[in-house]
Design a protein around this ligand. Structure first.
Ligand code: SF4
Ligand code: SF4
Length: 240
């Protein structure tokens, strides 16, 4: 809770404080703070488990419980507001199964998932993954698309995944949905997405050195000149 000073700066007011438990320790923190604000307010310095602070990077997965509520809940620390009596634990990293493969040697069909992520086919249809997803993705839906071999649908449905790992922590079938979805998007990008003629032409031109002089000129610009060029640039879209 902040108010504007005469100069327009934000300054703290005498906020109402609420009790929360961070890593098992009780603290009084200002009402309206996010979990991330509260953790730092309590004196913790986060070196892992924090990134963009704006809800895009997926680094600050947190689990919490509310008083009188049996559910273990999850969210991003930078987006979830504290509530009185909340028990909070920060998850710096989610250990998860991650297959290694050469995308050039894979087939864009269900057999690839049977080979690298057989746990997909243990999905119970419980929807716990979708309920916890801070991006509000239909996680169960994209996993079931993979089970049907519909890679395009899985790639599209999982496109906004920020890899926070919360779905994986809740999954009773113990799969890493976000790593599985990345394989779907890679297969789609490598084998199934429509080819752009415009892109092929431009890549050939780059390989032939058509833009070497322009690259050199750009590399010689100052930061200010680069910023000016960026702001003034023309953007041409050609949809084929
Ligand atoms: S799909 Fe899973 S890893 Fe991706 S944003 Fe949702 S909860 Fe996080
Ligand atoms: S949490 Fe796991 S088992 Fe449940 S629907 Fe999602 S992928 Fe399937």
């Amino acid at each position: 809770m902040r108010e504007e000073s005469e100069k327009g700066e934000k300054k703290p007011t005498k906020e109402k404080r609420i009790p929360v438990f961070i890593m098992g320790q009780k603290y009084e923190v200002p009402e309206g703070f996010t979990i991330l604000n509260a953790i730092e307010y309590a004196g913790y310095q986060l070196k892992r488990g924090v990134g963009c602070r704006e809800g895009f990077c997926g680094a600050c997965a947190t689990v919490y419980r509310l008083p009188g509520d049996y559910k273990l809940r999850g969210g991003l620390a930078c987006q979830t507001v504290v509530q009185p009596g909340m028990y909070i634990t920060q998850i710096p990293f989610t250990p998860a199964q991650k297959a290694t493969y050469d995308i050039e040697k894979l087939k864009p069909d269900v057999t690839t998932f049977q080979k690298f992520y057989p746990e997909v086919f243990r999905c119970l249809g419980c929807n716990a993954c979708s309920k916890v997803c801070p991006q509000e993705l239909d996680v169960m839906g994209y996993i079931q698309a993979i089970m049907r071999g519909d890679i395009q649908m899985a790639a599209n449905m999982s496109f906004d995944c920020i890899m926070c790992g919360l779905c994986t922590m809740r999954c009773p079938a113990e799969m890493a949905q976000y790593n599985i979805a990345i394989l779907a998007r890679r297969l789609y990008g490598r084998y199934l997405s429509p080819k752009s003629e415009f892109l092929e032409v431009r890549l050939k031109e780059i390989e032939e050195g058509k833009f070497e002089e322009q690259f050199k000129e750009i590399m010689s610009l100052s930061k200010e000149e680069l910023r000016k060029r960026y702001v003034e640039r023309d953007i041409n879209f050609k949809i084929t």
